[in-house]
Design a protein around this ligand. Structure first.
Ligand code: IPM
Ligand code: MN
Length: 359
């Protein structure tokens, strides 16, 4: 298969981890005789420094004409404490999601048996946890009208949703539930928010088309508590943009490291694959960032194009690296490997060559 992949490394640790994904994808292409073409472009703070815009037109155009986007990370502390900054790195990612119509962000979360001890949660609560969060990605409070009063003393972010926006992602979540354990939990705040009441009404109506799926509801505050008390109760979670953002970071403690969590952002025409973690500026250039979240996002990329065997090879190699403790220091405190060594290891497993790291 021929695939044109736009590579947007972004900020902080983005370039280091994305480089490992490209390495791994190249090994897959060689082994399975595919033609993967990679083209890099700037996004985020590095793009602002270079061109003044967090999403230059040339980057957007490249993404639009590519089959898929491999995204690194975005964000730079120099903007975080400057509330008056007009241009911010995050705007690049948000605009990209909107322009590409990436309405569904799919975030699988599972506990690796080998790593349950690393989780701050009780082992017996974590072992076997396996869920997927469907986060709406192009609506809600992220994209509603924003304003600040002239005197700077009040500000507003509007949260809006319409039925169509809710239905299109709900269909995907119901379909995922059908092939998993047939349970879907809608997380909302319907006791307070109008938008949440619209979600409940719309999803309840849609459930009639999926009679084999059991639908239940949870308020987001309770869901946040349940996530750490008893994560095994969850299978498919469907939720709006901001609740999904918060819950998926929280869910990362189940796996023991946010550096393991992959994601896919899907639209009608385009698809983007990115780790759920951020740009981790403190670690930039130190070779300590975990590349697995990005590499597993590449596996999702392959699954998106139905390259199941290829994706399985990546997932198996990752399992192997975890079993053998060929891991970065977030999950291997004592004898850790660098970001690129982990990438080299996975590459060698995939291409079935002698391993350069552990002999
Ligand atoms: C994520 C990130 C982004 C978000 C930021 C960088 C805009 O936290 O992908 O979860 O809030 O969606
Ligand atoms: Mn987030």
């Amino acid at each position: 298969m021929k695939l044109n992949i736009a590579v947007l490394p972004g900020d902080g640790i983005g370039p280091e981890i994305t480089q490992q994904s490209v390495k791994v994808l190249k090994a897959v292409a060689d082994r399975f005789d595919h033609d993967f073409y990679f083209e890099e472009a700037l996004v985020g703070a590095v793009a602002i420094d270079f061109s003044g815009s967090p999403l230059p037109d040339s980057t957007l155009e490249l993404c639009k004409r590519s089959d898929a986007v491999l995204f690194g990370a975005i964000g730079d502390p120099k903007y975080d404490n400057d509330p008056s900054a007009k241009v911010r790195p995050e705007q690049g990612l948000l605009k990209l999601r909107k322009e590409l119509g990436l309405f569904a962000n799919i975030r699988p979360v599972k506990a690796y048996d080998q790593l349950v001890e690393r989780s701050p949660l009780k082992v017996e609560n974590v072992i076997g946890a396996d869920m997927v969060i469907f986060r709406e990605l192009t609506g809600g409070i992220y994209f509603g009208e924003k304003s600040t009063s002239e005197d700077g003393k009040s500000a507003s972010d509007l949260c809006t949703y319409n039925v169509e926006e809710i239905e299109r992602i709900a269909h995907l979540a119901f379909k995922a539930a059908q092939i998993r354990s047939k349970k879907l939990t809608l997380v909302d705040k319907a006791n307070v928010l109008e938008t949440s009441r619209l979600w409940r009404k719309t999803v309840t109506e849609l459930a009639k088309q999926y009679p084999d799926v059991i639908l239940d509801f949870l308020f987001v505050d309770n869901a946040a508590m349940q996530m750490v008390l008893d994560p095994k109760q969850f299978d498919v979670i469907l939720t709006e943009n901001m609740f999904g953002d918060i819950l998926s970071d929280e869910a990362s403690v189940i796996g023991g490291s946010i550096g393991l969590l992959e994601s896919a952002s899907i639209g009608a025409r385009n698809a983007l694959f990115e780790p759920i973690h951020g740009s981790y500026p403190q670690a930039t250039g130190l070779g300590i960032a975990n590349p697995i979240a990005s590499i597993l996002s590449s596996a999702m990329l392959l699954e998106h194009f139905d390259l199941k065997e290829e994706a399985a090879v990546i997932r198996k190699a990752v399992e192997m690296s975890i079993n053998l403790n060929v891991c970065t220091k977030d999950i291997n405190k004592d004898n850790h490997y660098s970001t690129s060594k982990v990438g080299d290891f996975l590459e060698s497993i995939i291409s079935e060559t002698e391993h350069p790291v552990i002999n």
